[in-house]
Structures are given as structure tokens and as C-alpha cells.
Design a protein around this ligand. Sequence first.
Ligand code: SAM
Length: 279
Amino acid sequence: MKWPGQTNVKRDGLASSRSASPLFSARKSLGQHFLRNAGLARRVAAAAGNLSGMNVIEIGPGPGALTASLLETPLASLTAIEIDPRAAPALDALRLRHPARFRLVMADAREVALPALVPPPRHVVANLPYNVATPLLIAWLAEAGAFAGLTLMFQAEVAERITARPESPAYGRLSVLAQWTSEVAIVLRLPPAAFLPRPKVASAVVAFVPHSEQPPPSRFAAMQRLTAAAFGQRRKMLRQGLKSLGGGALLEAAGIASDRRAETLSIAEFDRLASLLPG
Ligand code: SAM
């Protein structure tokens, strides 16, 4: 698909709206909004903190602006996963320049088990395609202990939900799953003008540092069921929202008043409830 003010991508891997020989144009269906220049890409790479010795995994390198900036850091290796075959030629120069440190995997990131790709310490860095960002994040949070850190760019509204605290309107399922497994903070905000083509909304980079203790997979699945039910009816009292999971009896066992609403519960209270559900 061609966008108004179409993005052209030059062979040096940096987006330019003036290139005479584009390698590929941005596809909306793949969530392609490319960082406009190397300076912006360096700011995103810097938001990941010290990558020295890390095996970094980048999702969606596209034409490679962020990839090139990551390769300027002292990371041990960079494995990039990209679904669009048109990106491969654009990344050739980086592959030739860094044969021992850079590897491109052509695949759908939703089908790749990241921990199997590289040994620890692993750090995921990505300007995520907005259309698959949330399912990717939830899958990684389910095995957060596999990562030393994740530095991920989302639409700003999604970043706000991830980092929202109880009693705020943005507090919901994503806030609980993220903060239950990791320390989270917004570390960089970028306006629509930072990208080509220009998205309608602003973006923000969230840094995740997984907690040293992680829930087992069965508890993570229970927390997904719990938060889906609780926030599915966020305006109702919890005894109604959680009816299918035990309602009042479950809340009483956890020592939580049954007339409270989901958005008032702390992460510790959600943890208590999840621990009472069958795995
Ligand atoms: N990293 C580049 C940048 O920051 O300029 C491009 C980021 S763009 C927002 C998202 C990238 O993810 C695109 O290159 C797109 O082709 C790729 N992508 C989309 N869906 C994907 C998927 N399921 N698996 C792997 N890559 C995907």
C-alpha cells in the first residue's frame, strides 16, 4: 500500500522522503512507521541503557535505522526478526559490516520463541509494529525471567496503560501483567513527526526490568483469566465481574471486599487472587 507522503528507504538504511530509488514503501498492514533519521534511532538505542555483553533481539528492523544504532553499542550480538522480505537487501550492508555480531532471521515474531534464539543475557529492543505489539508483549511477559530487559516502543496510549497505577483510568490488564512481572517506566517519548510515514498518534518507549522472582506459567495463565474477567466489567463490583471465577467466595478467601472495583486493586491483591485460582 502507498501512503500519502510516501516513505522511501535508501540503501544506507535510513529513511528519506527524497530518495530517488526506494527499496520499499511502507505497508500499513505490517505497522510500518520508520524512524525518520539516525539521530532519533540513536536516542531509542540509548534508551535501552548499557547493552554491553548483551545478546540483543530486535523485532522488525525494517530498513535498519535502529539496527545500525544498536550495532554502534558494545552489545555481544544482535539477532533481528523481520517478516517483510523486502527488508533483507536494505540490511545487507549491516550484515557485511558486522558478520560476527549481526544475524537476520526472516520470520513472524509471533511464531518465534525468543529464548531459544540466543543465550542469556538477553535484551529485546524494538520499535514494535502497532498491530501486533500487545500480543507480542504478553507472550514475552509470560516468560519475562528469560530477559535481562526489554526496551519497547508502543503507541503512547498503550505505553500509558502499561505503566498506569491503580485508581487511574488507564490502569487495566496490561498494567497488571506488566507490573506483576517487571519494573516498568516510560523512558522516551517521540512525536508523530519522528516517523515516516507519520502516524496519527505519538509514541513512547517503555523500559521493562523483569523481577528476579517470576510466576510459574500456570499462575501467569490464571492471572490472564483473572484480569480479563475483572477489567472486562471494570465499572461493576468485583463480586459480579469475577462471578465465573468464584465471585464473592474467591474475594473473601483473598481478604478483599467484594464491593470493590478492579481498578482499585493493587498488584499484590491481584497476585493474591491469582494464587487462589486453579492453574
Ligand atoms: N525498526 C524500524 C524502525 O524503527 O524504523 C521499523 C519499525 S516498524 C514500526 C515495524 C517493523 O516490524 C516493520 O519493519 C515490519 O515489517 C515489522 N513487522 C511487522 N509485523 C511483524 C511480525 N509479525 N514479525 C516480525 N516483524 C514484523
